[in-house]
Design a protein around this ligand. Structure first.
Ligand code: HEC
Length: 166
């Protein structure tokens, strides 16, 4: 028994060394992979933000924003008139009304909108935003602004996220 003690000690040291080498190694790789992954996700998200920022000035972007507001409403500002609920117009009518709204700020959709869009606007939207779209003296958002408030807000958000990641 006494004779085998040194061998036993060596064996224990060996097992410990193997265990240590193996698991420490794995841990190192894991940490590296996770941090690369996080970096990758961050870069990826930032490139999406940059892409969106480029599109933000386009009429197409404004059109989509207005359609979203018509369908889902808007609850992001602090107007005397309160919040806007979604669904004042049907999903089918939303795109042509959006084109009419764009014209209020001098923009134009690719396709001409059907004539009844103006009728829809004046019977559904004008009660709050006014026939001229100017928002009844500040009670409601002014739809004739060249950049709508929601788009301005999104632009600020995107810019801040991009600066933060650099
Ligand atoms: C009952 C009043 C009311 C009606 C009707 C109404 N809105 Fe609004 N709208 C509001 C209010 C209030 C807001 C701002 C809400 C907020 O986000 O705080 C708003 C916001 C908006 C915005 C965002 C403005 C910006 O600067 O970002 C758009 C676009 C818009 N409305 C279009 C329409 C259209 C198009 C219609 C008709 C289909 C319509 N609204 C009908 C009250 C109304």
């Amino acid at each position: 028994m006494q004779k085998s003690l040194p061998y036993l000690a060596i064996l224990i040291v060996l097992i410990y060394a193997i265990y240590n080498a193996k698991f420490r190694h794995v841990k190192k790789i894991e940490t590296k992979t996770v941090s690369n992954y996080t970096k990758h996700i961050k870069e990826h998200t930032t490139s999406h933000y940059e892409e969106e920022l480029l599109k933000l000035q386009t009429t197409q972007y404004a059109r989509q924003y207005i359609i979203n507001v018509i369908n889902h409403g808007s609850k992001q500002f602090d107007f005397k008139g309160g919040e806007m609920e979604g669904g004042f117009a049907s999903k089918k009518d939303a795109p042509k009304i959006a084109c009419y709204v764009l014209e209020l700020s001098g923009k134009q959709c690719k396709e001409p909108y059907p004539k009844d869009a103006a009728m829809f606007y004046s019977s559904i939207c004008a009660g709050c935003h006014g026939d001229d779209g100017k928002g009844l003296g500040g009670t409601y958002p002014d739809l004739t602004k060249s950049k709508l408030l929601g788009i301005e807000k999104r632009e600020m958000f995107l810019k801040s996220m991009i600066t933060r990641s650099k």
